[in-house]
Design a protein around this ligand. Sequence first.
Ligand code: IPE
Ligand code: IPE
Ligand code: MG
Length: 236
Amino acid sequence: MNLPQHIAVIMDGNGRWAKKRLMPRMMGHRKGSENLKKLINDCDRLGLEHITFYAFSTENWKRSQEEVKNLMDLLREYLNDHIKNEKDNNFKIDFIGDMSRLDEDIREKMIIVRQLYSTHKGIFVHIAMNYGSRDEIRRAVVDIANEIKSGELEPDDITEELISQHLDTKNYPDPELLIRTSGEMRLSNFLMWQLAYSEFYFSDKLWPDFRVDDLIEAVNEYNSRDRRFGGRNEVN
Ligand code: IPE
Ligand code: IPE
Ligand code: MG
């Protein structure tokens, strides 16, 4: 199997998973979080280099206060678990998105986890938390504008590469493959710049039910696609 270097995943359908079982939405999020932990270890064993998971969008603050609080508490738990069990995990981890709106204790835990895991040798996991593609591009534009104002840059220096270098994903390659679960076929403000030429794969499985075998099926489908990047692969 020819593995992409980087896969991006929109983990969707936790609420519907719970609803189907007449459970509160929170149970779906909890199952989703457990599934994330398991899938990361399975992907590490596969030998994947990078994987980015969409965990909370800049639009998800619109949900009820209760659901937002539950999601933040689940994130706290997730981070504490990573701090406690660092020795059992082989992956590296970091976070993309605007951390400034998150509670201070969460931000501190994120910094600790990133630091603790930085010497690991396995897959690099990127978690998108309070992430929105439009917000990420806005933040990049503000940074570039400030560099022009201070005389570090000229407007003519703004290339596509320079813009990429001001995004949260600056240190790693764009995803070759995007997977979204739960049958929804939209980006919901995820990595719009980085996914310009990625292959899209939509699974009907709800996120808590999505396993590494489903991911392998997506990779097989990806391998059967003819990626042209606007050019032509066949001469005739
Ligand atoms: C994805 O599951 C998790 C987050 C967006 C935080 P949802 O909560 O969106 O589940 P559905 O789409 O309502 O089923
Ligand atoms: C996208 O899912 C965000 C995450 C998975 C974190 P949503 O459930 O928020 O997206 P919409 O509202 O269906 O577009
Ligand atoms: Mg959803």
